[in-house]
Design a protein around this ligand. Structure first.
Ligand code: SAH
Length: 225
């Protein structure tokens, strides 16, 4: 999988891909992440990127020309399965979208800024608009990092034990059950006996029951679906 991220603030994306699973996925050659600085497509000597909104009102808008130049440059190099715009008015991101997107080969993500990008860019290039939740961020970079992380860990070979991703929350429509590790007793609190029983059937049944109970209490909406 290859992910190209277009941003005004490449610095904000240095951290998320520099460590842990996202780093290892790149080191193993399973995923490529390329960050593109929109500024280098800016207009004129000052590399201008934004302008006032037609119709007035507070806040600047990303001009279409630099964004289009960057997208066109990338599209001339390869075909993209998805050109995603991060936006609070997009479809709310969830595990089923992550699963679907993790099967794609080339994904481009455009990070918005200010009041957002000129609508004509969205009309012309964007195949999918994604929100990471009902709140407003200052820019799309953190959203792009969230999306990328969720996809990258699903790419086959990225996690050491692939079955791990399958037992996480949402994969089966339920929240994950509680987890415990050593010591078996800590400050008077015991790990549930069944988890130490060595009986795989009993353990699975306990985990299923805990997952359903946790979902019923915390996220009954998931059970309705
Ligand atoms: N005026 C816009 C918000 C702009 S915030 C509105 O009210 O809908 C600036 C940029 O941050 C957006 O263009 C988008 O790329 C990003 N952003 C903000 N909140 C986001 C969210 N919840 N999900 C994804 N991207 C978001």
């Amino acid at each position: 999988m290859r992910i190209d991220i277009i941003t005004l603030l490449p610095k904000l994306l240095e951290g998320p891909f520099a460590a842990s699973i996202c780093r290892r996925a790149q080191d193993k050659g399973l995923v490529e992440v390329h960050i593109h600085d929109l500024r280098s497509y800016g207009l004129g000597d000052s590399r201008h990127l934004d302008d006032y909104a037609f119709g007035g009102g507070a806040g600047m808008v990303l001009r279409p020309e630099p964004v289009a130049a960057c997208i066109d440059q990338l599209r001339s190099e390869r075909t993209y399965d998805e050109v995603i715009y991060t936006s609070p008015d997009g479809r709310r991101f969830d595990q089923s979208q992550a699963n679907e997107l993790s099967l794609k080969r080339n994904i481009m993500i455009l990070c918005g800024h200010y009041k957002g990008v000129d609508q004509r860019i969205r009309d012309r290039f964007i195949t999918r608009e994604i929100s990471i939740g009902d709140y407003v961020l200052s820019g799309g970079e953190l959203a792009a990092a969230v999306l990328s992380d969720a996809l990258i860990r699903l790419v086959p070979g990225v996690l050491n034990d692939e079955s791990s991703a399958l037992t996480d929350s949402f994969q089966d429509g339920l929240l994950a059950p509680p987890v415990y590790t050593r010591p078996a007793e800590w400050e008077g609190m015991q790990v549930p006996e069944v988890l130490r029983s060595g009986d795989p059937k009993a353990i699975e049944a306990w985990r299923d029951q805990q997952a359903i109970e946790r979902t019923r209490v915390r996220r009954p909406d998931l059970l309705d679906q």
